[in-house]
Ligand binder design. Structure first.
Ligand SMILES: [Zn+2]
Ligand SMILES: [Zn+2]
Length: 211
């Protein structure tokens, strides 16, 4: 087999064959646009990062994660929200790439500040240099994967917030039923007793058992 033929240059992400006007690039134009879109979604006062921060402390915006816990109120997702929004989470992933890119002459490292500001600054730097990076930085597939993961994780947490929480309650007969917090009521499968909304939510919570 003759392998001396020049290989067809392909996008390292999708991996579509690169077109003539994409010569010299590591990634195709659509993949560049996808990365840009993912980055853009993270930043700004209405971006995913800011919305995750609101999730931790309602009404205070993206000043950074300050957890308000009131005793007895479980906060689902809080751990993952914290790890994403704290120093070491999203902001550090972005800044690590900014730092890495700067060694390729693609932008300079930000000047610090509040977490939201650092996120915005890092996103801005990456977006401004993305087109040049497309033909200069060989690890854009890794960057694309990480940014997409962050976006997906953040979106999952934020959309999960809108779904009503489910709880397992135990009827006096011992049968466990799963209801949403906005349930209109339900009929027990075990004894066929009917429960209304507030009666249902007054039932004792069932222990989660392994099946
Ligand atoms: Zn591509
Ligand atoms: Zn029952």
């Amino acid at each position: 087999m003759n392998l001396d033929d020049a290989p067809v240059p392909r996008c390292i992400i999708c991996p579509r064959q690169l077109l003539d006007h994409e010569t010299g690039r590591f990634i195709c134009t659509p993949c560049e646009q996808r990365i840009d879109q993912d980055l853009r979604k993270l930043a700004g006062p209405a971006g995913l990062y800011a919305r995750l921060c609101l999730r931790i402390q309602p009404g205070r915006g993206g000043d950074g994660p300050v957890v308000t816990r009131s005793a007895g109120h479980p906060m689902p997702c809080n751990e993952s929200v914290l790890s994403l929004t704290a120093d070491g989470g999203i902001v550090s992933t972005l800044e690590t790439w900014v730092e890495d890119w700067s060694t390729y002459g693609l932008g300079v490292h930000g000047s610090g500040g509040r977490l939201q500001h650092r996120v915005d600054q890092a996103v801005d730097t990456l977006r401004r240099n993305l087109t040049r990076a497309a033909s200069r930085h060989p690890a854009l597939d890794e960057l694309a994967k990480e940014i997409f993961q962050i976006r997906r994780q953040a979106e999952a947490i934020i959309s999960g917030e809108r779904q009503p929480r489910r709880v397992a309650v135990q009827c006096t007969c011992g049968t466990v039923s799963t209801v949403t917090l906005d349930t209109d009521g339900f009929e027990c499968r075990g004894c066929e007793v009917e429960y209304g909304h507030s009666e249902a939510l007054r039932l004792p919570l069932a222990e989660r058992r392994a099946a």
